[in-house]
Unconditional design. Sequence first.
Length: 287
Amino acid sequence: MQAIRVENLSKTFRVKRKEKGMRGSIQAILHPRTEEIRAVKGVSFAVEEGEMLAFIGPNGAGKSTTIKMLTGILYPDGGHVEVMGIDPTKKRRQLAYQIGTVFGQKEQLWTHLTPYDNFRFFGAIYDLSEQETEARIADLSERFALKDFVDTPVRNLSLGQRIRCEIVASLIHKPKVLFLDEPTIGLDPVVKENVRELIKQMNREEHTTVFLTSHDVGDIEKLCRRIIIVNEGHIVLDDSVEHLTHHYLDQRPADIPMHEKAAEKEAAPAISLEEIIVDIYKGKEEG
């Protein structure tokens, strides 16, 4: 079953622009010049249930706009979206019970409350019974190792502890699809690895579909098998991470010193996924 289906999705914004020499004039205030910016241009893709997908691109590529349309925050100008068979534009409230979101730069927890109180609050929002909420808190607190600080106000937690609590809060209602936007931003390498392992565990045990955006190549390599790269509102690549890293060398220029004997040749240096992604970004910009 497809957890996410997107067909020819598009979104355009109207932005006001000030004319040079008209700043502060009455005409500029009454009749501002507007400009259309096409943030998403006919994007189509599908994500299978239980899949872990990396949806990446440079700043301004249309990633956040696409996610906001998938979650019902923004309405598309054209195309069609379904998440777990639900149209976000028509049944956003119903969709909310099927998805969870974690934004690394935006807090959803009340900082003056403890994680435990926050989890109970989210349980009530999603119409869980008190018994269901307590059972879910106990299970997730065990998995994510929260017991030492679950009764400490969120404002007193470290960044790594807070991110773990943010993920737990998004999982209280057992969502089918989890949207992660920079979930490991600002974390040290050890905490990053712990968070990645916890996400993989949830995907493995509860078959949760994960839709990840991140500028950290480590997140992509450790979590996802498939990668979609967007730039200027278009999809420029949709491929498996394994195929990308193993076959991209076929498209890279190489200088071969023919005067050397084959036996004396050194092995070609390994290419990293980060180098591949940077090359794709640059190639798109130059093209």
